[in-house]
Ligand binder design. Structure first.
Ligand code: NAD
Ligand code: IPM
Ligand code: MN
Length: 359
């Protein structure tokens, strides 16, 4: 038996609701296999902060680091909650984990599954993946505020782009493209305005491209990329871009791919020095929290990306097949979070007659 140590951070709002379903699906797909999940739950997020004043205690971070993977729900309180002013759970917890565990490849697939309605009238075939840089850019936290509260106040947020940081994510994106059918890579930046980081990105993309002659490379400015994503999403295969552009483009991609409730992601540390972290793209959705209205599919598909990462490829495919089967028959029917989980699990057992149960 292979034991996988899984750190689970359900978080706030709908986080615990969607993670409950992802955990049930994981148990169901691994049932009868020779893989055992050993879970440790960490209660972190805005609720924890409100209770104890803690965001991410060092010993807990060290304990999380000892796991093989992290399953993360969503964190964040109700925007504007005065009790959370200055807490910044997003930076102190989520980004801290991404940065400290060197999750430099933030992988966010966008596939419009059959039967799913897109926000686009004629989406065509949508099947691309955004490789978002995860450890640098404007997210690096390099900046500050001078003369705060005066008319002379100046706030800066300096985007950090290192050759090492760009090279490793660009290489990861080329490798991703290499393993896909269309072998196309679009890099996205804003080189006409952000000339310094733009030049560094361009130099590195062009240098790495030489090593991948079979991959077709093109470039779009990020503003034009939003037009292309809405008007002709089928043009994309693999997109590589910086941390902030990638954040924005993947919410847009979520909407195109059938809604943010379906958008999954992996924060990957490809070197394997730290556990990678798998989470839906969406947040804690305070507007629908506690009502069993959240779609757990994004969390379930994130768990599938985790299975892939752990080399449990057959199990990952079974989860995706079950999701696909469920989505194909969903229609306009309204179902609770747990009902969606139930239905996906039911499709899982139907599929297991056909497929091999073990990897
Ligand atoms: P959000 O993603 O939480 O919600 C945006 C909209 O999408 C809301 O209308 C919400 O109801 C809907 N939605 C989100 N997930 C859904 C699901 N699974 N099923 C159905 N509908 C869903 O973004 P927000 O409102 O900007 O942020 C809320 C809080 O979450 C903030 O505190 C924010 O900082 C935090 N946040 C956390 C993460 C994360 O933990 N990874 C990501 C984004 C936002
Ligand atoms: C996401 C979120 C996070 C980000 C926030 C909550 C820090 O929006 O995962 O897309 O900006 O990366
Ligand atoms: Mn985001």
């Amino acid at each position: 038996t292979r034991t996988i140590k899984l750190a689970v951070i359900p978080g706030d709002g709908i986080g615990p609701e969607v993670i409950a379903e992802a955990n049930r699906v994981l148990d169901a797909v691994l049932d009868g296999s020779d893989v055992a999940l050993e879970r440790t739950e960490f209660k972190l997020g805005a609720d924890r902060f409100l209770e104890t004043g803690e965001t991410l205690p060092e010993i807990e971070q060290a304990a999380i680091a000892e796991h093989d993977a992290i399953l993360f729900g969503a964190v964040g309180g109700v925007p504007g909650d005065p009790r959370l002013a200055g807490a910044n759970i997003e930076r102190g917890l989520l980004l801290k984990l991404r940065f400290d565990f060197d999750h430099y490849a933030n992988v966010r697939p966008c596939t419009l599954f059959p039967g799913v309605e897109s926000t686009l009238r004629e989406p065509g075939t949508v099947d691309f993946v955004v490789v978002r840089e995860g450890t640098e850019g404007p997210y690096a936290g390099n900046g500050g505020r001078l003369r705060s509260g005066t008319m002379a106040e100046v706030a800066t947020e300096v985007s950090v782009n290192t050759a090492l940081g760009i090279e490793r994510v660009v290489r990861y994106a080329f490798e991703t493209a290499q393993h896909r059918e269309r072998r196309k890579l679009t890099w996205v930046h804003k080189t006409n305005v952000l000339v310094h980081s733009g030049a560094t990105w361009q130099r590195i993309v062009e240098a790495v491209a030489v090593e991948y002659p079979e991959i077709a490379v093109d470039y779009l400015h990020v503003d034009a990329a939003t037009i292309a994503m809405v008007q002709d999403p089928g043009r994309f295969d693999v997109i590589v871009t910086d941390n902030l552009f990638g954040d924005i483009l993947t919410d847009l991609a979520g909407a195109i791919g059938g809604g943010i409730g379906l958008a999954a992601s992996g924060n990957i540390n490809p070197d394997g020095a730290f556990p990678s972290m798998f989470e839906p793209v969406h947040g804690s959705a305070p507007d629908i929290a506690g009502k069993q209205q959240a779609d757990p599919t994004a969390a379930i598909l994130s768990a599938a990306i985790m299975l892939d990462h752990l080399s449990l490829t057959a199990a990952a495919e079974r989860v995706r097949d079950a999701v696909r089967a469920d989505l194909a028959g969903r229609g306009a029917e309204r179902r609770s979070t747990a009902e969606i989980g139930d239905r996906i699990i039911a499709h899982l057992s139907v599929g297991s007659d056909r497929d091999s149960r073990n990897d």
